[in-house]
Design a protein around this ligand. Structure first.
Ligand code: TTP
Ligand code: MG
Length: 358
């Protein structure tokens, strides 16, 4: 395949945490590790939210009744869900993703698509990004995730499921058709129990069978989704990664080669941070009414100050004069500083803003 034709392809990653709720419980309680655990309500009509991989060996899976699960494994441990903790972890993995791209489409607490065609670290191979993300999730959160990499959403999602748990699987554009031809149709996006039954009745079992079908016959049998199946069988899925990301702040930080403690050096460094912040505000078009100053001292302790005004912080002179006010009572003479950071937060919706935005 020529390089020029490869360049047209998007780079999509799908990340899915392994046995998410159960893994968090096993992480936080050593005694649960290596054992069959389900997260769910231990009452008569309770259902399994998720099963640890050890429990899955007994045939236990999500949405199964707890009663049934218990009958399959007499030593099953049932843990009640701790949604706040799962939400917290979800935010943390989202933060890791956003080190690479803002094009993030979360599907649930533990699953997201990322479009890394262009990315913040200019890494050319999406597979390298996926590996870094998996590594960071493991090092920071002690949890494993599986990642799928391909040029569209459908294939990236199938790929993340392919080597679970702790998997990384890449479907390269040049290998996609062969992969799809051999794929069971139940793996295709949008194929539920009912569709699968109809497909089987039509003699469609693998991707290659699906590809044999004409567009009109797929439309006749499956309505609108029929056209989608026609495309999927050919490796085509143009759905975009849809972000729900709303920026809450914009900022930057400078760490110095040497700790600083004189007024002259602090003024210069503060000015440099302001310049960069103004650039970032221009790039992101972010409008916020609060300016935050963060200072890290030589001993890594941190002080922060903030100031809120009626209009958005946009202009250099405004930001600089407020930043100077904020740093005034920082005692850098007796406690040299190693970092200065500035950020603007407290988003202003232009329609409700006062001042210069009107
Ligand atoms: P999944 O990603 O479907 O499952 P999982 O992370 O537990 O396992 P794996 O990805 O390794 O196959 O769902 C993520 C979480 O969503 C899961 O941990 C619990 C919750 N969930 C439910 O509460 N009910 C359900 O029926 C399903 C499928 C998931
Ligand atoms: Mg999962």
């Amino acid at each position: 395949m020529h390089l020029e034709s490869l360049m047209q392809y998007r780079k999509i990653i799908h990340i899915d945490m392994d046995a998410f709720y159960a893994s968090v419980e096993q992480r936080d309680n050593r005694q649960l590790r290596g054992l069959p655990v389900v997260v769910g309500g231990d009452y008569e009509r309770g259902v399994v939210s998720t099963a640890s991989y050890e429990a899955r060996k007994f045939g236990i899976h999500s949405a199964m009744s707890i009663v049934k699960a218990k009958s399959l494994c007499k030593d099953l441990i049932i843990v009640p869900p701790r949604m706040e903790v799962y939400h917290e972890v979800s935010l943390e993995i989202r933060n890791i993703f956003s080190e690479y791209t803002d094009k993030i489409e979360p599907l649930s607490l533990d699953e997201a698509y990322l479009d890394v065609t262009t990315n913040k670290k200019n890494i050319s191979l999406a597979q390298d990004i996926a590996l870094e993300i998996k590594d960071k999730i493991f090092r920071n959160l002690l949890l494993t995730a599986s990642a799928g990499v391909s040029y569209n959403k459908m294939l990236a999602k199938i790929a993340s499921d392919y080597k679970k748990p702790d998997g990384l699987f890449v479907i390269h554009p040049s290998k996609a058709q062969k992969f799809i031809d051999n794929l069971d149709v139940k793996e295709f996006w949008g194929v539920g129990t009912k569709t699968l039954k109809t497909m089987h009745e039509l003699g469609i079992f693998k991707g290659r069978d699906l590809k044999q079908m004409s567009l009109s016959s797929l439309r006749r049998n499956f309505g609108k989704t029929g056209a989608m199946f026609y495309d999927f069988a050919r490796g085509i899925d143009n759905r975009e990664v849809i972000t729900d990301y709303v920026r809450k702040s914009v900022g930057c930080e400078h760490t110095f080669d040497r700790d600083i403690s004189t007024m002259a050096s602090v003024t210069i460094e503060l000015y440099n941070v302001v310049l960069e912040l103004v650039e970032r505000i221009k790039e992101t078009k972010f409008r916020g009414a609060t300016l935050n100053l963060k200072v890290k001292y030589f001993d890594f302790s941190i002080s922060s100050r903030s100031f809120t005004q009626r209009k958005a912080f946009v202009k250099k002179d405004n930001i600089l004069s407020v930043a100077k006010q904020l740093i005034k009572d920082i005692d850098y003479r007796s406690r040299p500083i190693r970092l200065i950071g500035l950020s603007v937060s407290n988003r202003i919706d232009p329609y409700y803003a006062t001042g210069e935005l009107f």
